[in-house]
Design a binder for this molecule. Sequence first.
Ligand code: UT7
Length: 319
Amino acid sequence: MIYTRIIGTGSYLPAQVVTNEDLSKRIDTSDEWIFSRTGIKQRHVAAEDELTSDLALKASTRALEAAGLTASDIDLIVVATTTPDMIFPSTACILQAKLGASNGAAFDVQAVCSGFVYAMATADALMRTGTYRRALVVGAEIYSRILNWEDRTTCVLFGDGAGAVILERSDRPGILSTHLHADGSHRDILSVPGSIRNGQVCGSPFLTMDGNTVFKLAVKVLGEVVDEALAQHGIERSQLDWLIPHQANIRIIQATARRLGMSMDKVVVTVDQHANTSAASIPLALDLAMRDGRIQPGHLVLMQGVGGGFTWGAVLVRI
Ligand code: UT7
């Protein structure tokens, strides 16, 4: 059997930190409201001259270093982003150029906050059935540019950042399975509805969300996808070493942990420090827990994402 294994991770957060107190000076909100409803204390915000590909480049360089590789060793680049540098070319192609690489394929995946899970599933499938040997899989976002900073119901929730993973073909797992889902009938509950037509932005270029509906749906589908992933392998919930959920709201994360009967000690949480970085949230959390030694070789890790589309999914991986 051919599998893919994670052989290096990296991440990057922009230097500027915006705390809840900072926001409460600009809009009608408070640290108490934001923290009690979401678990968020602060978020990182990209500098004016930083692009999504710049964040991706820094995370990728760190992942390559961790894997002991250079960019020329990579023959597949998949970038998950909802905030690309431009309409085209893809952020993956821009990243490839910035890395100084020219091998193989590079493309973006757009599945909003589930993007990293979709990107891992895509890279895993291409490597198992194709000729690619080493993939760079990235989640990178600059949500601060698609937020209406006067809309307190959304702008307090998101942040910017990037995380990256190097996947290598192997004869032992690695990624045990991936589970992707979508239900486009819920496309309106979380969207940036604007589009470009005849040189004009038509519709709103800002993120809109029916937070309550997203919350309820997220708790439901995240619970279901955990059961699906574990059932496929006959794995008991107690055998999971780590849960790395998408970091949108601590209350959603706690609800999933409760359903799994998992102590919060086994859940990687970054939402307090990073807020919701969409496709970047899972690889950012993974990199943090790999580097601080919580996640060890041999550990069984479940990553799970959920977001606009509506999309959701999971990756079950042996480190
Ligand atoms: O990445 C995946 C996508 N995102 C998510 O998973 C997010 C899912 N949803 C959520 O996390 C939560 O629904 C929110 C955090 C967005 C909202 O929490 P909530 O407990 O559902 O609050 P709410 O929307 O019911 O709002 C309660 C009140 C409202 O006031 P009224 O109408 O009761 O007077 C809001 O206007 O809180 C008010 N409010 C705020 N107050 C202070 C909304 N935003 C703020 C704010 N500061 N930033």
